[in-house]
Ligand binder design. Sequence first.
Ligand SMILES: [Zn+2]
Length: 611
Amino acid sequence: MKNLLSLSLACSLLLSPKSISADAGPMANSKKVSAVEYLYADVSDANSILGTIDSGLLSTYRGKDRAAWEQFYREKRAKLAKKLERLPGSGLSGGDIRAIAAMRKQMKAFTGGGALFGPAAKCQDAARKDIAYPDLNSSLVACFVEIGNSLNFEGNKINRVSALDLLHETSDPGRRKAVFFAFVPLWQAINGSNEPDSPYRRMIAGASAQAAKNGSEIDNAARDIGIDAAEVERWLVQILDAWRESSGDTMVEPWDFRFEAGQADRLLGTYIPRESLQPINQRYYRDLGADLEQMGTLYDLFPRPEKAALAYTEFVTHGRMVNGAWRPTVARVTAPYERGGLFVLNELVHENGHVVNITAIRNRPAFVEWPSDLFAEAFADVPSWSTYEPLWQRRYIGHEAPEQLSLRALYSVVVLDVAWSLFELRMLRAPLTDPNALWTEITSRYLHIVPHPELSWWAVRVQLADLPGYMVNYGLGAILTAEMRQHISEALGAFDTGNPRWYGWVSEHLLRYGSERDTRTLMQDFLGRPVSPQALLEHIHRLKPVSLHATGDHSTDSAGLLLFCRPTVPQDSPSFHHKDHSLHGMDIFCGISRYRNDVRGFPLFKGTDLT
Ligand SMILES: [Zn+2]
């Protein structure tokens, strides 16, 4: 994810026809604006440098410590506020007027430091009835740090990202259920016992009231795509319906959903150890024409107790012209990775999609900022969806999962995001709704998940607490991702195994504008037509119900042996009996194990289904 604090600007930047009118001295005034704009760039950099220091990544930057940066920030910010106020209201070009509006709006979002997603608030305060939105949000985000970073599992502490990954990879049904229930303390902190004044239910009521006044993330996303909120809901339902129709009708328990869909994660998990994440990620982007090392991107990928409970990307410094030459943007990526695996690798590639997005911006300082949330999240998935393509897997991991299994793994994650999007849309519209009942209705109807209205198992995403409605940027964003991937492939050729022209081309056509262009116009110009959900719907409809049963208990034959398969000949287990089958062009080796141990990376199939 990107940093949620940035503002969507598209609306405020729409140019009023009046402001274009020619007048006496736009050039002279432009110089005044330009001077203010470079002051703005200093303040903006100091703000993001303070955020970097407070994230725990660095203690000094460019030789200055936190105190020095804070002093610099305060002085320059005060000066900037005055200068912005004094800029002339007329005699300006349209570009200058939009730049001023952008600077004023973006400056309001500056925090002057503070750790993102690591608030000073305490989780226990979420239970206090005298705390309301938005302070309640900070307490709920703190719960993700305090509780989500140390879930109890088998006598050890694991974090939320690892637990979600283990739900894909743990073959033993009992262990899998135990991972799922490790989230209970987090669910309780967020939604109590689902009583009408639980922390989440009080918070969403406040968020809904706020949204009625100022618009919500859902409204922003609708505007960014050129539709209304009712149409957003229809599109989300269409995607969920496509999954419902193409995923068979067997009901699964919520602790089995990710596992059932995650066979590709298990086939490849053993080939993606934690230490391979960055080399694979960097090699892929190099092949796309983007050298992350040369860009000076900073990485902070190890877990720490106080660290943000999710992965995000943010500016360290903003690119700008210095003495006639472009000084590039420097970005940083923060994540709490304890484990490797395909699910985690996909997320790292997504984060670096944000990096190449903001690094590609070439514009005046006012616009060297994030594009809309919807566009940012959708674009970050353009490269990251390739990790679920067999060709990509073969090149970067050396092994591949069958296409159907890979795509099922990818779209299962996408439709979960869509389910959360619909959940938030409906909660914001009717905040007195019982969230557990709503989540149960959505997931049982569209994802074939056994109803468990007694569990608040939806409460595992930091975004739900940090910025209610944000999930739509992933759910609806998937539509833009599918559109962009298709259009780039048509215009430029395939890029799943790299394409050296990719980065230059997407920079030129999509990324260089930063926050200047609104997403609706950008996408319309890019595609030559309005955005449509058709590409994504076709992809999901192409999935076939998988007949390979993946649960360990189901694949036990009458003699109590486990049948399982993997994409290479195992060197290490004498109990395998090799038998190769060709499935989607890949040799699969199946074996029988007398051991009932968890066999991470070895999906369990019925032998007959493979022929
Ligand atoms: Zn993102």
